[in-house]
Design a protein around this ligand. Structure first.
Ligand code: C5P
Length: 205
């Protein structure tokens, strides 16, 4: 008995593969398998997921808490639910979608309408390019890793941070606004950094 026949047909787009393959399959009485459909189906599903993600973004209810020190509350989640390794590893996949970013930025502008201290990655450049005070914080990588290890633990913090920075920067380069004031927090206590920031805010008023 001879081995089952597979006729492999490869070629660039438009080279006539599909036409030939279907006809040949009928002639030889073999199944016609167009593997391009598998990749296209995956792509279609991913595109549909983009639409679903935008819908989810629209449904995300954000508000400021009442009281003396209002803070952002994203309905349905406690902050500790959102600061996990699992979310860290996946967040760049959600935040890279242009439609998601557009909707988030609109919501962020609304949250700041009566004034706010707003932290992020694109606040001074895109969300509030007219903000009167823009600070751009940095710290050396070792110190960032040490701080994050203190918050989260885990053995691979350095690599996880590096990978997330890289994924985020692919879509949304982390750059200071031209009029941002840089503060390097390496080796600085929170109080010292606060004092530096307050001086800048006061000088702008
Ligand atoms: O600041 P934090 O590390 O909590 O941000 C989590 C993630 O949210 C970032 O890694 C990035 O993917 C996304 N992000 C963003 N734009 C912002 C703030 C956060 O894309 N303004």
């Amino acid at each position: 008995m001879s081995a089952p026949t597979v006729v492999a047909i490869d070629g660039a787009a438009g080279s006539g593969k599909s036409t030939l393959a279907r006809l040949l399959a009928r002639e030889l009485d073999l199944p016609y398998v167009n593997t391009g459909l598998m990749y296209r189906a995956l792509t279609r599903a991913a595109l549909d997921l983009d639409v679903a993600l935008a819908e989810l973004t629209r449904g995300l209810r954000v508000r400021l808490t009442e009281g003396a020190h209002p803070e952002l509350e994203v309905e349905g989640y406690r902050p500790e639910d959102l600061h996990t390794g699992e979310v860290d590893a996946a967040v760049s996949r959600a935040s890279r979608h242009p439609k998601v970013r557009e909707l988030m930025r609109r919501a962020q502008r609304a949250l700041g309408a009566d004034g706010a201290v707003m932290e992020g990655r694109d606040i001074g450049t895109v969300v509030y390019p007219d903000a009167p005070v823009k600070l751009f914080l940095s710290a050396n990588p070792l110190e960032r890793v040490a701080r994050r290890s203190g918050e989260r633990g885990g053995s691979n913090v350095a690599e996880e941070l590096r990978a997330r920075d890289e994924r985020d920067a692919r879509v949304n380069p982390l750059e200071p606004a031209p009029d941002a004031i840089a503060i390097d927090t390496t080796g600085a206590t929170p109080e010292a950094t606060l004092e530096a920031a307050l001086q800048i805010v006061r000088s702008r008023r």
